[in-house]
Structures are given as C-alpha cells and as structure tokens.
Ligand binder design. Structure first.
Ligand code: GUN
Length: 281
C-alpha cells in the first residue's frame, strides 16, 4: 500500500505557481488577483477562506476578502460580483459556499464572469468541461486528477466508481474521469446497493461527508481509494469518508485524511487563478 501525499504535492504545485508569478511580474508587470466573497459567520467557511488568503499571500498574489453579513441581500451580492468582474486587477472570483438560505446560489454563480470563474462552478465552464474543452474546473476534482498524474496512475479503461454526485465534487470528478477515458459509475444517496458498485471498481473516489462510509468489504483487493471527505468527529479529530484503518491494507494506493485531497484544493485554486492571470488581454 502506498500513501498518496497530497500535502507534498500541493507544496510542489504552490512553489511552481510562486515561480510563475515572479516571472509574470518581471516580464509583464502582472500580479494575479483573487477576490473572495464570504457571507455570514460559519466557522468552517471562515477557516477555509483564511487558508485561501494565506496561500495567495505565500505565492505573491494580490487578494481581497469581502466579508458580508448573513442578512445581505441578493442584489448587493450581485452588485459586488459585478464590480469584481469589471476590476482589471481581479483574475479570479470565488464565492464561498454554502450561501444563506434566502440567496439563490445558482443565480449568484451565473453572475461571475466565466473568465474569472476560478472555482469552475459557472454553467459555461461546466458545459465546456463536459464537452472536453479547455475550461476552469472545480478545484477539488482537479486536484484529484493532479494526484493521478503525479503517481503515474493511468485511467484509460479503468473502472472508476465515484461516490457522491454534487455539483462541486462528484459531477465534475466524473466528467474529468470520463474525459480521461475511464469507465465511470456515479453513485449517490439514492443508490440501491453501494457496495455492489464500489467492490467492482479499480478506483473508488468518495466525497459525501459521511465518516467511515467506505468499509473494507466494499473495496476490491489492490484498488485505489481517493477520499475527499473531511469530517470532524466527536473527539475533535478530522476523518474522511473511508474507514482508513481497515481499508488501507487492501489498497495499492490510498489518500490519507488529513494530508490527502484537502491541500490539493487550495493548490488548484492558485493554479486556476494563475491561469486566468496569464490569459489577461
Ligand atoms: N465550499 C466547499 N468547498 C468549496 C469550494 O471548493 N469552493 C467554494 N467557493 N466554496 C466551497
């Protein structure tokens, strides 16, 4: 069994981004800029945004965070995004999810200029991903693809089971795998017999937020298991969606939690923002 070290790979991606930022500054006088909109006071969202801002600082980006109260109106959020769409110093716009219940998330995401949609959530980029055209792709699934590449894991013809069908993780993950010519099965909360799908797969990618959902008897001997879940359990520790202790001995490769997919998400956000800055006209 080999651990896939997301922390190390994220460090490598970030240092490559930092060198490219330096060159971009020198050669074109461009400093990549990321704007984050953070609404309300959800502690997890605040923690994530803080990590994103810190990562921007580490690679030499310009970054701003707009904190807004829970009571903010949809119109005010839209006006803020439009201001960012028109700000030439901003290459990437990220609206931290989830949004308060009174806000229409789909509508908000559609206001972001697709050329600055570094989260890859806009329907324009989702459509381009599905048709295998160049697009901004959601950071977490993109980070998983980067892991496969780093560990020379060939996806062509592999049976991959994606557990979870969210717009942020499962659906873009499945599209990327299909584009890489894997045979993809998508399972979700209404799937009748999850084990019948996971136990046949060469690769299982799970991101649903249910601690320990994937147990040893659900995984084929020698399979690759990618755990996107990050769950804080009663004793305060972080665990994934996979019963790591019992599943890992059966795997050829597995990602740990923490230190697996998590750090890759931020690394790919930096990479997407750099890509946007390089495309400035
Ligand atoms: N909330 C949970 N994950 C994400 C993410 O990748 N991007 C944004 N904007 N919000 C999130």
């Amino acid at each position: 069994m080999q651990l896939i070290d997301g922390k190390a790979l994220a460090g490598k991606v970030q240092s490559n981004v930092a060198s490219e930022v330096e060159a971009l500054k020198k050669e074109k006088n461009i400093v990549p800029g990321l704007a984050v909109i953070l609404i309300g006071d959800d502690p997890a969202s605040h923690a994530y945004v803080k990590m994103k801002a810190k990562a921007c600082e580490n690679v030499g980006f310009y970054s701003i965070t707009h904190n807004m109260p829970d009571s903010i109106s949809q119109e005010e959020i839209i006006a803020t995004i439009e201001m960012m769409n028109n700000n030439p110093r901003i290459d990437g716009i990220l609206v931290q999810l989830p949004l308060p219940a009174h806000v229409d998330t789909d509508k908000i995401l559609e206001v972001i200029d697709p050329k600055k949609d570094v989260d890859g959530f806009h329907a324009y980029n989702v459509g381009r991903l599905v048709t295998n055209l160049d697009a901004f792709v959601a950071c977490t699934p993109l980070g998983v693809m980067k892991m496969f590449e780093e560990y020379n894991i060939d996806l062509k013809g592999q049976d991959v089971c994606v557990v979870g069908a969210s717009n942020i993780v499962g659906k873009p993950m499945a599209s990327l795998l299909l584009n890489a010519e894997a045979t993809v099965t998508i399972t979700h909360i209404h799937t009748k017999d999850l084990k019948s799908h996971t136990s046949k797969a060469d690769i299982v990618v799970v991101g649903v937020g249910v601690p320990g959902l994937i147990k040893a008897d659900m995984i084929k001997e020698g399979a690759i298991v990618i755990d996107i879940g990050i769950n804080r359990i009663a004793d305060g520790s972080l665990v994934g969606d996979v019963d790591f202790k019992n599943v890992s001995p059966k795997c050829s490769y597995i990602t740990p939690v923490p230190g697996g997919v998590g750090p890759m998400t931020i690394a790919m956000l930096l990479s997407n923002t750099l890509k946007s800055a390089k495309a400035r006209v």
